[in-house]
Design a protein around this ligand. Sequence first.
Ligand SMILES: Cc1ncc(C[n+]2csc(CCOP(=O)(O)OP(=O)(O)O)c2C)c(N)n1
Ligand SMILES: [Mg+2]
Length: 584
Amino acid sequence: MSALAKRIDPVEREVVEERELTDGFHLVIDALKLNGVKTIYNVPGIPITDLGRMAQAAGLRVISFRHEQNAGNAAAIAGYLTKQPGICLTVSAPGFLNGLTALANATTNCFPMILISGSSEREIVDLQQGDYEEMDQLAIAKPLCKAAFRVLHAADIGIGVARAIRAAVSGRPGGVYLDLPAKLFAQVMDAEAGQKSLVKVIDPAPAQIPAPVAVKRALDVLKSAKRPLIILGKGAAYAQADDAIRTFIEKSGIPFLPMSMAKGLLPDTHPQCAGAARSTVLKESDVVMLIGARLNWLLSHGKGKNWGEPHSKKLIQIDIEPKEMDSNVEITAPLVGDIGSCVSALLEGMGSKWQVPPTDWTHAIKTKREENIAKMAPRLMKNSAPMDFHGALGALRTVIKERPDAILVNEGANTLDLARGVIDMYQPRKRLDVGTWGVMGIGMGFAIAAAIETGKPVLAVEGDSAFGFSGMEIETICRYNLPVCVVIFNNDGIYRGTDVNSAGSDPATTVFVKGSRYDKMMEAFGGVGVNATTPDELKRAVDKAMDSGKPTLINAVIDPAAGSESGRIGNLNPQSKLRKKPTQ
Ligand SMILES: Cc1ncc(C[n+]2csc(CCOP(=O)(O)OP(=O)(O)O)c2C)c(N)n1
Ligand SMILES: [Mg+2]
Protein backbone atom coordinates (compact mmCIF):
# COMPACT_ATOMS: atom_id res chain seq x y z
CA MET A 1 0.00 0.00 0.00
CA SER A 2 1.36 3.42 -0.83
CA ALA A 3 2.13 5.91 1.93
CA LEU A 4 -0.57 8.09 0.46
CA ALA A 5 -3.25 5.41 0.61
CA LYS A 6 -2.38 4.72 4.27
CA ARG A 7 -3.28 8.27 5.23
CA ILE A 8 -6.68 8.05 3.59
CA ASP A 9 -9.83 7.27 5.55
CA PRO A 10 -10.50 3.46 5.53
CA VAL A 11 -13.97 4.04 4.08
CA GLU A 12 -12.41 5.77 1.10
CA ARG A 13 -9.60 3.28 0.77
CA GLU A 14 -11.46 0.88 -1.43
CA VAL A 15 -12.16 3.57 -3.99
CA VAL A 16 -8.63 4.96 -3.69
CA GLU A 17 -6.95 1.65 -4.27
CA GLU A 18 -8.80 1.22 -7.51
CA ARG A 19 -7.02 4.15 -9.11
CA GLU A 20 -3.59 5.65 -8.75
CA LEU A 21 -3.52 9.01 -7.02
CA THR A 22 -1.16 11.90 -6.82
CA ASP A 23 -1.19 15.05 -4.73
CA GLY A 24 0.12 18.60 -4.59
CA PHE A 25 3.46 17.58 -3.08
CA HIS A 26 4.18 15.13 -5.88
CA LEU A 27 2.89 17.39 -8.63
CA VAL A 28 5.16 20.26 -7.59
CA ILE A 29 8.15 17.93 -7.63
CA ASP A 30 7.14 16.32 -10.93
CA ALA A 31 6.59 19.73 -12.53
CA LEU A 32 10.03 20.97 -11.46
CA LYS A 33 11.74 17.77 -12.58
CA LEU A 34 9.96 17.79 -15.92
CA ASN A 35 11.45 21.23 -16.51
CA GLY A 36 14.98 20.22 -15.72
CA VAL A 37 15.24 21.57 -12.18
CA LYS A 38 17.97 19.67 -10.35
CA THR A 39 18.54 21.67 -7.17
CA ILE A 40 16.36 23.41 -4.61
CA TYR A 41 17.83 25.92 -2.15
CA ASN A 42 15.68 25.73 0.94
CA VAL A 43 14.96 26.31 4.63
CA PRO A 44 12.43 23.78 6.01
CA GLY A 45 9.34 24.37 8.16
CA ILE A 46 5.53 24.38 7.96
CA PRO A 47 4.14 23.82 5.33
CA ILE A 48 7.06 22.80 3.11
CA THR A 49 9.17 20.43 5.24
CA ASP A 50 7.74 17.34 3.58
CA LEU A 51 8.05 18.91 0.15
CA GLY A 52 11.81 19.22 0.72
CA ARG A 53 12.05 15.64 2.01
CA MET A 54 10.03 14.24 -0.87
CA ALA A 55 12.02 16.26 -3.42
CA GLN A 56 15.22 14.82 -1.99
CA ALA A 57 13.74 11.30 -2.09
CA ALA A 58 12.74 11.93 -5.72
CA GLY A 59 16.35 12.64 -6.70
CA LEU A 60 16.45 16.42 -6.57
CA ARG A 61 19.33 17.97 -4.69
CA VAL A 62 17.87 19.90 -1.76
CA ILE A 63 20.37 22.17 -0.06
CA SER A 64 19.17 23.35 3.35
CA PHE A 65 20.41 26.73 4.55
CA ARG A 66 20.37 28.47 7.92
CA HIS A 67 18.57 31.59 6.65
CA GLU A 68 16.30 32.12 3.64
CA GLN A 69 18.12 35.19 2.37
CA ASN A 70 21.17 33.04 1.74
CA ALA A 71 19.11 30.29 0.12
CA GLY A 72 17.53 32.97 -2.08
CA ASN A 73 20.89 34.44 -3.06
CA ALA A 74 22.10 30.95 -3.88
CA ALA A 75 19.09 30.37 -6.15
CA ALA A 76 19.60 33.74 -7.83
CA ILE A 77 23.23 33.16 -8.69
CA ALA A 78 22.48 29.60 -9.77
CA GLY A 79 20.09 31.22 -12.26
CA TYR A 80 22.79 33.62 -13.45
CA LEU A 81 25.33 30.85 -13.92
CA THR A 82 23.05 28.39 -15.70
CA LYS A 83 20.33 30.46 -17.46
CA GLN A 84 17.80 28.16 -15.74
CA PRO A 85 15.76 29.69 -12.94
CA GLY A 86 17.25 28.91 -9.52
CA ILE A 87 14.66 27.66 -7.06
CA CYS A 88 14.39 28.87 -3.47
CA LEU A 89 11.87 27.21 -1.14
CA THR A 90 10.70 28.86 2.08
CA VAL A 91 8.00 28.71 4.74
CA SER A 92 5.28 31.32 5.04
CA ALA A 93 5.40 34.92 6.35
CA PRO A 94 8.80 35.30 8.09
CA GLY A 95 10.60 32.78 5.88
CA PHE A 96 9.00 34.35 2.82
CA LEU A 97 10.07 37.83 3.95
CA ASN A 98 13.60 36.59 4.59
CA GLY A 99 13.73 35.35 1.02
CA LEU A 100 12.29 38.54 -0.40
CA THR A 101 15.49 40.61 -0.31
CA ALA A 102 17.16 38.00 -2.48
CA LEU A 103 14.15 37.96 -4.83
CA ALA A 104 14.19 41.73 -5.22
CA ASN A 105 17.96 41.73 -5.65
CA ALA A 106 17.67 39.03 -8.32
CA THR A 107 15.10 41.12 -10.19
CA THR A 108 17.28 44.23 -9.99
CA ASN A 109 20.26 42.26 -11.29
CA CYS A 110 18.26 40.35 -13.95
CA PHE A 111 19.01 36.94 -12.43
CA PRO A 112 16.32 34.35 -13.12
CA MET A 113 15.03 32.78 -9.91
CA ILE A 114 11.77 31.51 -8.48
CA LEU A 115 10.93 32.01 -4.84
CA ILE A 116 8.44 29.31 -3.88
CA SER A 117 6.88 29.96 -0.49
CA GLY A 118 4.28 27.99 1.37
CA SER A 119 1.48 30.19 2.67
CA SER A 120 -1.38 30.03 5.15
CA GLU A 121 -5.07 29.48 4.48
CA ARG A 122 -6.45 32.02 2.03
CA GLU A 123 -9.87 32.17 3.71
CA ILE A 124 -8.32 33.08 7.06
CA VAL A 125 -5.62 35.35 5.67
CA ASP A 126 -8.09 37.38 3.64
CA LEU A 127 -10.37 37.88 6.63
CA GLN A 128 -7.30 38.66 8.76
CA GLN A 129 -8.36 36.20 11.42
CA GLY A 130 -4.88 35.53 12.70
CA ASP A 131 -3.77 32.32 11.03
CA TYR A 132 -0.40 30.73 11.76
CA GLU A 133 2.14 32.92 9.92
CA GLU A 134 -0.63 34.94 8.32
CA MET A 135 0.40 37.25 5.49
CA ASP A 136 -0.87 38.23 2.07
CA GLN A 137 2.40 37.14 0.50
CA LEU A 138 1.32 37.43 -3.13
CA ALA A 139 0.45 41.12 -2.74
CA ILE A 140 3.69 41.86 -0.94
CA ALA A 141 5.87 40.04 -3.48
CA LYS A 142 4.27 41.61 -6.56
CA PRO A 143 6.05 44.98 -6.69
CA LEU A 144 9.39 43.37 -5.90
CA CYS A 145 9.62 40.86 -8.70
CA LYS A 146 8.97 40.37 -12.37
CA ALA A 147 5.85 38.25 -11.91
CA ALA A 148 3.95 36.64 -9.05
CA PHE A 149 1.52 33.73 -9.17
CA ARG A 150 -0.56 31.69 -6.74
CA VAL A 151 -1.82 28.17 -7.32
CA LEU A 152 -5.01 27.09 -5.55
CA HIS A 153 -5.77 23.78 -7.27
CA ALA A 154 -3.52 20.77 -7.66
CA ALA A 155 -4.58 20.54 -11.30
CA ASP A 156 -3.04 24.00 -11.90
CA ILE A 157 0.40 23.22 -10.48
CA GLY A 158 1.78 22.31 -13.89
CA ILE A 159 0.63 25.58 -15.41
CA GLY A 160 1.73 27.59 -12.37
CA VAL A 161 5.27 26.19 -12.47
CA ALA A 162 5.44 26.67 -16.26
CA ARG A 163 4.35 30.30 -16.00
CA ALA A 164 6.91 30.94 -13.28
CA ILE A 165 9.73 29.42 -15.33
CA ARG A 166 8.88 31.31 -18.50
CA ALA A 167 8.47 34.58 -16.65
CA ALA A 168 11.84 34.17 -14.94
CA VAL A 169 13.98 33.47 -18.01
CA SER A 170 12.27 35.03 -21.03
CA GLY A 171 13.07 38.56 -22.15
CA ARG A 172 15.00 40.32 -19.42
CA PRO A 173 15.39 37.65 -16.72
CA GLY A 174 14.35 38.30 -13.13
CA GLY A 175 12.80 37.04 -9.95
CA VAL A 176 9.39 35.35 -9.86
CA TYR A 177 7.27 34.54 -6.84
CA LEU A 178 5.16 31.38 -6.67
CA ASP A 179 2.72 31.16 -3.77
CA LEU A 180 1.67 27.67 -2.73
CA PRO A 181 -0.90 27.61 0.10
CA ALA A 182 -0.56 24.77 2.64
CA LYS A 183 -3.85 23.20 1.57
CA LEU A 184 -2.59 22.68 -1.97
CA PHE A 185 0.07 20.16 -1.00
CA ALA A 186 -2.37 17.60 0.38
CA GLN A 187 -4.93 17.99 -2.42
CA VAL A 188 -5.37 14.63 -4.09
CA MET A 189 -6.16 14.00 -7.73
CA ASP A 190 -6.07 11.17 -10.22
CA ALA A 191 -2.45 10.40 -11.03
CA GLU A 192 -2.95 10.13 -14.76
CA ALA A 193 -4.85 13.42 -14.93
CA GLY A 194 -2.15 14.93 -12.75
CA GLN A 195 0.56 13.75 -15.09
CA LYS A 196 -1.32 15.20 -18.04
CA SER A 197 -1.69 18.53 -16.27
CA LEU A 198 2.07 19.05 -16.18
CA VAL A 199 3.60 21.45 -18.69
CA LYS A 200 7.07 21.22 -20.15
CA VAL A 201 8.10 24.72 -21.12
CA ILE A 202 9.25 24.70 -24.73
CA ASP A 203 11.89 27.28 -25.66
CA PRO A 204 11.57 29.22 -22.37
CA ALA A 205 13.86 32.08 -23.46
CA PRO A 206 13.28 32.42 -27.19
CA ALA A 207 15.87 34.25 -29.27
CA GLN A 208 14.86 37.85 -29.97
CA ILE A 209 16.30 38.79 -33.32
CA PRO A 210 17.14 42.49 -33.80
CA ALA A 211 15.63 44.38 -36.72
CA PRO A 212 18.06 44.60 -39.70
CA VAL A 213 17.56 48.38 -39.87
CA ALA A 214 18.63 48.70 -36.23
CA VAL A 215 21.72 46.59 -36.90
CA LYS A 216 22.68 48.79 -39.84
CA ARG A 217 22.13 51.96 -37.83
CA ALA A 218 24.36 50.64 -35.05
CA LEU A 219 27.13 49.70 -37.48
CA ASP A 220 26.94 53.08 -39.21
CA VAL A 221 27.37 54.90 -35.89
CA LEU A 222 30.23 52.59 -34.94
CA LYS A 223 31.94 53.18 -38.28
CA SER A 224 31.77 56.95 -37.80
CA ALA A 225 33.72 56.74 -34.53
CA LYS A 226 37.21 58.13 -34.05
CA ARG A 227 37.47 57.04 -30.42
CA PRO A 228 35.08 54.13 -29.93
CA LEU A 229 34.57 52.15 -26.74
CA ILE A 230 32.60 48.99 -25.90
CA ILE A 231 31.23 48.53 -22.38
CA LEU A 232 30.40 44.97 -21.38
CA GLY A 233 27.83 44.47 -18.63
CA LYS A 234 26.87 41.34 -16.75
CA GLY A 235 24.02 40.88 -19.24
CA ALA A 236 26.73 40.07 -21.78
CA ALA A 237 28.21 37.50 -19.42
CA TYR A 238 24.76 36.03 -18.70
CA ALA A 239 24.05 35.60 -22.40
CA GLN A 240 26.68 32.85 -22.75
CA ALA A 241 27.50 34.17 -26.21
CA ASP A 242 31.19 34.22 -25.25
CA ASP A 243 32.66 33.26 -28.63
CA ALA A 244 30.54 35.69 -30.63
CA ILE A 245 31.34 38.56 -28.25
CA ARG A 246 35.05 37.82 -28.31
CA THR A 247 35.11 37.56 -32.11
CA PHE A 248 33.15 40.78 -32.46
CA ILE A 249 35.44 42.73 -30.14
CA GLU A 250 38.62 41.37 -31.69
CA LYS A 251 37.42 41.94 -35.24
CA SER A 252 36.32 45.48 -34.40
CA GLY A 253 39.63 46.31 -32.70
CA ILE A 254 37.68 48.52 -30.28
CA PRO A 255 38.86 48.87 -26.67
CA PHE A 256 36.46 47.34 -24.15
CA LEU A 257 35.63 48.14 -20.56
CA PRO A 258 34.15 45.28 -18.50
CA MET A 259 31.71 46.07 -15.70
CA SER A 260 32.43 44.15 -12.52
CA MET A 261 30.70 40.85 -13.28
CA ALA A 262 31.61 41.02 -16.98
CA LYS A 263 35.29 40.81 -16.08
CA GLY A 264 36.80 37.72 -17.67
CA LEU A 265 34.36 37.60 -20.59
CA LEU A 266 37.57 38.48 -22.38
CA PRO A 267 40.61 38.26 -20.11
CA ASP A 268 41.47 41.43 -18.19
CA THR A 269 44.96 41.00 -19.65
CA HIS A 270 43.62 41.19 -23.24
CA PRO A 271 45.44 43.88 -25.26
CA GLN A 272 42.10 45.65 -25.96
CA CYS A 273 41.03 45.71 -22.30
CA ALA A 274 40.71 49.29 -21.07
CA GLY A 275 39.87 48.35 -17.46
CA ALA A 276 43.02 50.02 -16.14
CA ALA A 277 42.29 53.19 -18.14
CA ARG A 278 38.64 53.50 -17.16
CA SER A 279 38.40 57.23 -16.52
CA THR A 280 40.32 58.07 -19.70
CA VAL A 281 38.13 56.00 -21.99
CA LEU A 282 34.86 57.11 -20.42
CA LYS A 283 35.83 60.74 -20.75
CA GLU A 284 37.47 60.75 -24.14
CA SER A 285 35.53 58.25 -26.23
CA ASP A 286 33.19 59.63 -28.92
CA VAL A 287 31.04 56.54 -29.55
CA VAL A 288 30.18 54.07 -26.80
CA MET A 289 28.51 50.73 -27.40
CA LEU A 290 26.85 49.19 -24.37
CA ILE A 291 26.43 45.43 -24.48
CA GLY A 292 24.19 44.16 -21.67
CA ALA A 293 25.18 47.11 -19.49
CA ARG A 294 22.73 49.69 -18.16
CA LEU A 295 23.41 53.40 -17.74
CA ASN A 296 22.66 53.37 -14.02
CA TRP A 297 24.65 54.89 -11.13
CA LEU A 298 27.50 52.49 -11.76
CA LEU A 299 28.11 54.34 -15.05
CA SER A 300 27.24 57.78 -13.67
CA HIS A 301 23.95 57.62 -15.64
CA GLY A 302 25.86 58.24 -18.87
CA LYS A 303 26.49 61.92 -18.10
CA GLY A 304 28.43 64.38 -16.00
CA LYS A 305 32.13 64.94 -15.58
CA ASN A 306 33.03 61.24 -15.68
CA TRP A 307 31.73 61.21 -19.23
CA GLY A 308 33.54 64.38 -20.25
CA GLU A 309 31.34 67.47 -20.32
CA PRO A 310 29.94 69.00 -22.41
CA HIS A 311 29.49 65.62 -23.90
CA SER A 312 28.50 64.90 -27.41
CA LYS A 313 28.99 61.17 -27.36
CA LYS A 314 26.91 58.87 -29.46
CA LEU A 315 25.60 55.81 -27.72
CA ILE A 316 24.72 52.41 -29.13
CA GLN A 317 22.93 50.11 -26.74
CA ILE A 318 22.25 46.39 -27.00
CA ASP A 319 19.58 45.21 -24.59
CA ILE A 320 16.72 42.73 -24.65
CA GLU A 321 14.47 45.22 -22.84
CA PRO A 322 13.18 48.01 -25.12
CA LYS A 323 12.35 50.23 -22.12
CA GLU A 324 16.04 50.37 -21.25
CA MET A 325 16.67 52.67 -24.22
CA ASP A 326 16.84 56.41 -23.38
CA SER A 327 16.51 55.56 -19.67
CA ASN A 328 19.09 58.21 -18.73
CA VAL A 329 20.37 59.81 -21.93
CA GLU A 330 19.52 59.64 -25.59
CA ILE A 331 20.55 56.42 -27.32
CA THR A 332 21.58 57.14 -30.91
CA ALA A 333 21.35 53.53 -32.03
CA PRO A 334 19.15 51.24 -29.93
CA LEU A 335 19.58 47.56 -30.72
CA VAL A 336 16.84 45.54 -29.08
CA GLY A 337 17.23 41.79 -28.98
CA ASP A 338 19.03 39.05 -27.16
CA ILE A 339 22.74 39.66 -26.94
CA GLY A 340 23.80 36.52 -28.82
CA SER A 341 21.55 37.37 -31.78
CA CYS A 342 22.52 41.06 -31.78
CA VAL A 343 26.25 40.44 -31.67
CA SER A 344 26.02 37.77 -34.37
CA ALA A 345 24.03 40.17 -36.58
CA LEU A 346 26.66 42.89 -36.06
CA LEU A 347 29.44 40.47 -36.93
CA GLU A 348 27.69 39.51 -40.12
CA GLY A 349 27.05 43.14 -41.02
CA MET A 350 30.69 44.15 -40.49
CA GLY A 351 31.83 42.34 -43.60
CA SER A 352 35.46 41.61 -44.34
CA LYS A 353 36.75 45.18 -44.68
CA TRP A 354 36.20 46.55 -41.20
CA GLN A 355 38.40 49.52 -40.30
CA VAL A 356 39.89 49.18 -36.83
CA PRO A 357 39.98 52.40 -34.75
CA PRO A 358 42.74 54.99 -35.35
CA THR A 359 45.98 54.02 -33.64
CA ASP A 360 46.34 57.35 -31.83
CA TRP A 361 43.26 56.32 -29.78
CA THR A 362 44.31 52.75 -29.09
CA HIS A 363 47.91 53.77 -28.34
CA ALA A 364 46.81 56.48 -25.94
CA ILE A 365 44.77 53.89 -24.03
CA LYS A 366 47.63 51.41 -24.05
CA THR A 367 50.00 54.02 -22.61
CA LYS A 368 47.54 55.00 -19.88
CA ARG A 369 46.86 51.38 -19.00
CA GLU A 370 50.54 50.52 -18.72
CA GLU A 371 51.16 53.62 -16.63
CA ASN A 372 48.40 52.73 -14.16
CA ILE A 373 49.42 49.08 -13.94
CA ALA A 374 53.06 50.05 -13.28
CA LYS A 375 51.93 52.49 -10.58
CA MET A 376 50.03 49.76 -8.76
CA ALA A 377 52.60 46.97 -9.10
CA PRO A 378 54.88 47.78 -6.13
CA ARG A 379 51.88 48.14 -3.78
CA LEU A 380 50.78 44.61 -4.65
CA MET A 381 54.12 43.17 -3.59
CA LYS A 382 54.24 44.63 -0.11
CA ASN A 383 54.77 41.77 2.33
CA SER A 384 53.96 43.52 5.61
CA ALA A 385 52.16 42.60 8.84
CA PRO A 386 49.47 43.63 9.42
CA MET A 387 48.65 43.58 5.73
CA ASP A 388 47.15 46.47 3.82
CA PHE A 389 44.49 45.78 1.19
CA HIS A 390 46.87 45.91 -1.76
CA GLY A 391 49.41 43.58 -0.21
CA ALA A 392 46.77 40.97 0.62
CA LEU A 393 45.08 41.37 -2.77
CA GLY A 394 48.41 40.99 -4.56
CA ALA A 395 48.56 37.46 -3.13
CA LEU A 396 45.00 36.64 -4.18
CA ARG A 397 45.58 38.10 -7.64
CA THR A 398 48.30 35.48 -8.13
CA VAL A 399 46.00 32.73 -6.87
CA ILE A 400 43.39 33.53 -9.56
CA LYS A 401 46.08 33.92 -12.22
CA GLU A 402 47.27 30.41 -11.39
CA ARG A 403 43.72 29.01 -11.12
CA PRO A 404 41.69 30.91 -13.71
CA ASP A 405 38.77 28.50 -13.56
CA ALA A 406 38.16 29.13 -9.85
CA ILE A 407 35.13 31.27 -9.02
CA LEU A 408 35.68 34.50 -7.12
CA VAL A 409 32.90 35.77 -4.86
CA ASN A 410 33.48 39.28 -3.53
CA GLU A 411 31.72 41.69 -1.17
CA GLY A 412 32.59 44.49 1.24
CA ALA A 413 33.50 48.13 0.66
CA ASN A 414 37.29 48.50 0.36
CA THR A 415 37.51 44.72 0.09
CA LEU A 416 35.17 44.88 -2.90
CA ASP A 417 36.33 47.98 -4.71
CA LEU A 418 40.02 47.23 -4.44
CA ALA A 419 39.67 43.53 -5.26
CA ARG A 420 37.72 44.44 -8.39
CA GLY A 421 40.60 46.56 -9.61
CA VAL A 422 43.44 44.31 -8.50
CA ILE A 423 42.31 40.75 -9.26
CA ASP A 424 42.37 40.05 -12.98
CA MET A 425 39.79 37.61 -14.31
CA TYR A 426 40.47 35.32 -17.23
CA GLN A 427 37.26 33.42 -17.89
CA PRO A 428 33.57 34.38 -18.23
CA ARG A 429 31.20 34.28 -15.24
CA LYS A 430 33.95 33.67 -12.70
CA ARG A 431 33.46 36.89 -10.76
CA LEU A 432 30.29 37.09 -8.66
CA ASP A 433 29.70 40.13 -6.49
CA VAL A 434 27.30 42.64 -4.95
CA GLY A 435 25.93 43.71 -8.35
CA THR A 436 23.63 46.62 -9.09
CA TRP A 437 22.61 47.41 -5.52
CA GLY A 438 25.97 46.93 -3.83
CA VAL A 439 24.15 44.68 -1.40
CA MET A 440 25.97 43.05 1.51
CA GLY A 441 24.99 39.47 2.29
CA ILE A 442 25.40 37.67 -1.01
CA GLY A 443 28.70 36.05 -0.01
CA MET A 444 27.99 32.61 1.38
CA GLY A 445 24.83 32.02 -0.69
CA PHE A 446 26.69 32.82 -3.92
CA ALA A 447 29.70 30.73 -2.85
CA ILE A 448 27.57 27.70 -2.03
CA ALA A 449 25.58 27.80 -5.27
CA ALA A 450 28.71 28.46 -7.34
CA ALA A 451 30.34 25.34 -5.89
CA ILE A 452 27.21 23.26 -6.36
CA GLU A 453 26.30 24.42 -9.86
CA THR A 454 29.81 24.38 -11.36
CA GLY A 455 31.82 21.92 -9.24
CA LYS A 456 34.70 24.42 -9.41
CA PRO A 457 36.67 25.67 -6.39
CA VAL A 458 35.35 28.92 -4.95
CA LEU A 459 37.32 31.74 -3.35
CA ALA A 460 35.10 34.13 -1.39
CA VAL A 461 36.87 37.39 -0.55
CA GLU A 462 34.83 39.08 2.16
CA GLY A 463 34.99 42.25 4.20
CA ASP A 464 34.55 41.37 7.89
CA SER A 465 31.27 43.30 7.94
CA ALA A 466 30.06 41.84 4.65
CA PHE A 467 30.76 38.31 5.88
CA GLY A 468 28.60 38.85 8.97
CA PHE A 469 25.47 39.13 6.83
CA SER A 470 25.63 35.46 5.78
CA GLY A 471 28.37 34.06 8.01
CA MET A 472 26.30 31.31 9.62
CA GLU A 473 26.25 29.51 6.29
CA ILE A 474 29.81 28.35 6.85
CA GLU A 475 28.08 25.50 8.71
CA THR A 476 26.23 24.75 5.44
CA ILE A 477 29.55 24.81 3.57
CA CYS A 478 31.00 22.30 6.05
CA ARG A 479 27.85 20.15 6.12
CA TYR A 480 27.89 19.68 2.35
CA ASN A 481 31.71 19.57 2.31
CA LEU A 482 31.96 22.18 -0.43
CA PRO A 483 35.25 23.33 -2.00
CA VAL A 484 34.87 26.87 -0.69
CA CYS A 485 37.70 28.96 0.73
CA VAL A 486 36.49 32.07 2.54
CA VAL A 487 39.03 34.83 3.09
CA ILE A 488 37.91 37.50 5.54
CA PHE A 489 39.65 40.84 5.24
CA ASN A 490 39.52 41.58 8.93
CA ASN A 491 40.14 45.28 9.52
CA ASP A 492 38.04 45.36 12.70
CA GLY A 493 35.09 47.08 11.12
CA ILE A 494 33.09 48.74 8.39
CA TYR A 495 35.54 50.63 6.11
CA ARG A 496 38.06 50.94 8.97
CA GLY A 497 38.47 49.71 12.51
CA THR A 498 39.70 52.96 13.97
CA ASP A 499 36.55 55.05 14.61
CA VAL A 500 36.07 56.35 18.14
CA ASN A 501 32.80 57.41 19.75
CA SER A 502 33.65 60.74 21.33
CA ALA A 503 30.28 61.04 23.11
CA GLY A 504 30.18 58.02 25.38
CA SER A 505 31.19 54.52 26.32
CA ASP A 506 29.56 52.55 23.52
CA PRO A 507 31.82 51.55 20.64
CA ALA A 508 31.74 53.73 17.52
CA THR A 509 29.07 52.70 15.02
CA THR A 510 31.47 51.26 12.45
CA VAL A 511 33.82 49.14 14.58
CA PHE A 512 33.75 45.51 15.69
CA VAL A 513 35.51 43.53 18.42
CA LYS A 514 39.19 44.10 17.79
CA GLY A 515 41.35 41.16 16.78
CA SER A 516 38.38 38.82 16.20
CA ARG A 517 39.33 35.32 15.09
CA TYR A 518 36.78 34.34 12.44
CA ASP A 519 38.86 31.25 11.66
CA LYS A 520 37.73 29.74 14.96
CA MET A 521 34.13 29.80 13.73
CA MET A 522 35.06 27.45 10.89
CA GLU A 523 36.78 25.05 13.27
CA ALA A 524 33.56 24.80 15.27
CA PHE A 525 31.97 23.04 12.29
CA GLY A 526 34.91 20.81 11.40
CA GLY A 527 36.31 23.05 8.65
CA VAL A 528 39.86 24.34 8.40
CA GLY A 529 40.56 27.69 10.08
CA VAL A 530 43.73 29.72 9.45
CA ASN A 531 44.89 33.03 10.84
CA ALA A 532 47.07 34.78 8.22
CA THR A 533 49.07 37.90 9.04
CA THR A 534 51.20 38.30 5.89
CA PRO A 535 50.49 38.00 2.14
CA ASP A 536 52.84 35.00 1.99
CA GLU A 537 50.91 33.20 4.72
CA LEU A 538 47.68 34.12 3.02
CA LYS A 539 48.79 32.78 -0.36
CA ARG A 540 50.01 29.51 1.15
CA ALA A 541 46.76 28.99 3.07
CA VAL A 542 44.55 29.71 0.03
CA ASP A 543 46.62 27.40 -2.18
CA LYS A 544 46.32 24.64 0.37
CA ALA A 545 42.55 25.12 0.61
CA MET A 546 42.12 25.13 -3.16
CA ASP A 547 44.32 22.04 -3.59
CA SER A 548 42.54 20.07 -0.86
CA GLY A 549 39.01 21.27 -1.66
CA LYS A 550 38.37 21.32 2.10
CA PRO A 551 36.03 23.98 3.48
CA THR A 552 38.40 26.63 4.79
CA LEU A 553 38.13 30.05 6.38
CA ILE A 554 41.16 32.33 6.52
CA ASN A 555 41.15 35.28 8.88
CA ALA A 556 43.36 37.76 6.99
CA VAL A 557 44.55 40.41 9.43
CA ILE A 558 44.35 43.81 7.74
CA ASP A 559 45.59 47.10 9.17
CA PRO A 560 42.47 48.72 10.73
CA ALA A 561 43.62 52.09 9.41
CA ALA A 562 44.11 50.99 5.82
CA GLY A 563 40.61 51.47 4.37
CA SER A 564 38.70 54.56 3.28
CA GLU A 565 35.10 55.55 4.01
CA SER A 566 32.73 53.61 1.72
CA GLY A 567 35.65 52.27 -0.35
CA ARG A 568 35.59 53.94 -3.76
CA ILE A 569 32.09 55.44 -3.50
CA GLY A 570 32.53 57.77 -0.54
CA ASN A 571 31.31 60.62 -2.74
CA LEU A 572 27.77 59.20 -2.44
CA ASN A 573 27.64 59.92 1.32
CA PRO A 574 25.49 62.96 2.09
CA GLN A 575 27.41 65.57 4.10
CA SER A 576 26.00 67.56 7.00
CA LYS A 577 26.60 71.29 6.71
CA LEU A 578 26.25 71.61 10.47
CA ARG A 579 29.74 70.94 11.66
CA LYS A 580 29.12 72.48 15.10
CA LYS A 581 28.22 70.21 18.00
CA PRO A 582 24.51 70.51 18.85
CA THR A 583 23.95 72.56 22.01
CA GLN A 584 23.07 70.40 25.05
C1 LIG B 1 22.29 45.02 3.00
C2 LIG B 1 23.26 46.12 3.18
N1 LIG B 1 23.36 46.74 4.38
C3 LIG B 1 24.25 47.72 4.56
C4 LIG B 1 25.04 48.15 3.53
C5 LIG B 1 26.02 49.31 3.76
N2 LIG B 1 27.39 48.82 3.64
C6 LIG B 1 28.11 49.03 2.51
S1 LIG B 1 29.60 48.33 2.59
C7 LIG B 1 29.32 47.75 4.14
C8 LIG B 1 30.36 46.94 4.87
C9 LIG B 1 31.76 47.40 4.62
O1 LIG B 1 32.64 46.84 5.56
P1 LIG B 1 33.49 45.56 5.23
O2 LIG B 1 32.65 44.54 4.59
O3 LIG B 1 34.18 45.16 6.46
O4 LIG B 1 34.47 46.10 4.12
P2 LIG B 1 35.79 47.00 4.31
O5 LIG B 1 35.57 48.33 3.67
O6 LIG B 1 36.05 47.13 5.79
O7 LIG B 1 36.84 46.23 3.61
C10 LIG B 1 28.06 48.11 4.60
C11 LIG B 1 27.52 47.74 5.93
C12 LIG B 1 24.88 47.50 2.29
N3 LIG B 1 25.59 47.84 1.23
N4 LIG B 1 24.01 46.48 2.14
MG1 LIG C 1 36.00 45.64 7.24
